[in-house]
Design a protein around this ligand. Structure first.
Ligand code: ZN
Length: 460
């Protein structure tokens, strides 16, 4: 049992001072008492927030951030030309590289205020497409990165089988990603024991997209995971690109979100990643489903995806969380800011996602992203309350950007001002202090290993 005394903290019912937080040996909170006078607790200064879950990550893509920012030989760059760069990059990675990149990334996430991540993991096999001796080799590398850094992990092995709608044959350069149903079932069974009785890990599934699975395979995958963990998280990329919407209509007569809502019992266990292109009717149905929309504003901007209909969706109590996806930006505050800024540019107004008069936009977005993120990860975290993981993000009250601010004003300053130095001074994950003085406690080791991997990969 450990005891912390938080000087000024955001709890589910608002801001409090002198909050005593008791934490068990598994890193979970057992009691929270505001206005405590406890003398024997470890003091946690500054302005303390719960850790934000990051609900969408492809860890290996961290290492190619910035490599697709030159226009191609034919011009007309798009998501699809970016994908070609990504395929070439993914083809070169060894298991050691995957671990080095994921470890560096997860340490950066912790420094940025993310204390949990849903890893949408789709590089499974050797470069020639054959399985590793242990078919879960690359999943173990991701788990090792999470364990080393302290980040909580929902692991989502991706089911990728086809190259397009209507069960089209996959492409050669997708061969590291592919499973048929029996191989995917074996992968899940092999991984399952590593997730039992862990408050900081959950195993779910990620059918890659409607173009990468058939309706039958999607149903089979749901049966497979329910046999292991009934109700475990299900994440899927959907309606990110207009070409994907057009292909889906040509295949089925329906739009992607419409098709999914018609075909599957989409509810609270589901996370629909992007869901950028929806009609008003789809937006209303998704909001009513209680599923989480997985929004990745920095990646969606980088890839030119489009703008999610957040004003309408949130007005209908739609649930959402934030992901850093391709990791072109790894910054919790920045993704929340970009979510609001996309709407401001589109609708030419301000504070569009505050939800009601005289409410802090930052507070509304932060609370909703913590709640939606925790739901999408299927883990008890994202709030400083009994039963949740002891994840604290401590802002430096002496940072000039936060001068004179407390409570929601400090949260707004963190989210909406962009300063060269992050105000995040310390981060605790599962009751363990993993970021001290703005750096992960093992940042130096991780960065050295990461640079070594990248020097080799980019010379090849
Ligand atoms: Zn993605």
């Amino acid at each position: 049992m450990r005891r912390f005394l938080l000087r000024h903290a955001l709890l589910p019912d608002g801001w409090h001072d002198d909050v005593l937080v008791e934490v068990d040996a598994g890193g979970m909170i057992t009691a929270v008492t505001p206005q405590s006078t406890a003398k024997d607790a470890e003091p946690v200064g500054g302005i303390t927030l719960p850790g934000l879950p990051n609900l969408h990550s492809h860890a290996f893509q961290r290492a190619m951030a910035g490599l697709a920012e030159r226009s191609g030989p034919a011009g007309g760059d798009s998501f699809w030309t970016w994908r070609e760069t990504m395929y070439r990059f993914a083809a070169r990675l060894t298991p050691e590289d995957i671990e080095a990149i994921a470890t560096q990334l997860y340490a950066e996430m912790l420094q940025a205020g993310y204390t949990a991540v849903a890893e949408f993991h789709y590089v499974h096999h050797q470069p020639d497409g054959s399985a590793y001796d242990d078919p879960a080799e690359l999943s173990w590398r991701v788990l090792a990165a999470a364990d080393s850094t302290g980040i909580a992990l929902t692991h989502l092995p991706v089911l990728y089988r086809y190259g397009g709608f209507g069960a089209r044959a996959p492409q050669e350069r997708q061969r590291r990603f592919l499973h048929d149903a029996p191989a995917y079932a074996r992968l899940l069974e092999r991984l399952a024991p590593a997730f039992r009785d862990r408050g900081d890990r959950r195993l779910g599934i990620a059918p890659h997209s409607l173009r990468a699975v058939s309706p039958e395979l999607l149903d089979q995958a749901l049966e497979m995971i329910d046999a292991i963990d009934n109700g475990a998280p299900v994440h899927i990329h959907i309606a990110e690109q207009t070409a994907e919407v057009e292909d889906c209509i040509a295949w089925s007569g329906r739009r992607p979100v419409e098709w999914l809502l018609d075909h599957c019992a989409v509810g609270a266990r589901w996370c629909l990643v992007h869901a950028t292109h929806m009609t008003d009717a789809e937006t209303a149905r998704l909001a009513a489903s209680q599923a989480v929309a997985g929004l990745c504003p920095s990646t969606e901007a980088n890839l030119g995806d489009g703008i999610f209909p957040a004003v309408s969706y949130l007005a209908q109590d739609g649930r959402f969380g934030i992901g850093s996806d391709s990791h072109i930006g790894v910054h919790a505050a920045e993704d929340l800011r970009l979510l609001e800024y996309g709407q401001r540019l589109l609708h030419r107004g301000r504070n569009l996602l505050a939800g009601r008069p005289e409410r802090s936009t930052g507070r509304r977005l932060f609370d909703a992203a913590c709640r939606g993120g925790a739901q999408a990860l299927g883990l008890k975290l994202g709030a400083i309350t009994s039963g949740c993981r002891a994840d604290f993000v401590c802002l430096d009250e002496d940072a000039p950007a936060l001068a004179g601010r407390r409570g929601d004003a400090a949260l707004d300053a963190w989210i909406f001002t962009s300063t060269p130095q992050s105000p995040i001074r310390e981060v605790y994950a599962g009751g363990r202090r993993v970021v001290e003085n703005r750096r992960h406690v093992r940042a130096g080791d991780y960065a050295a290993r990461y640079r070594e991997a990248l020097d080799r990969i980019l010379q090849e």
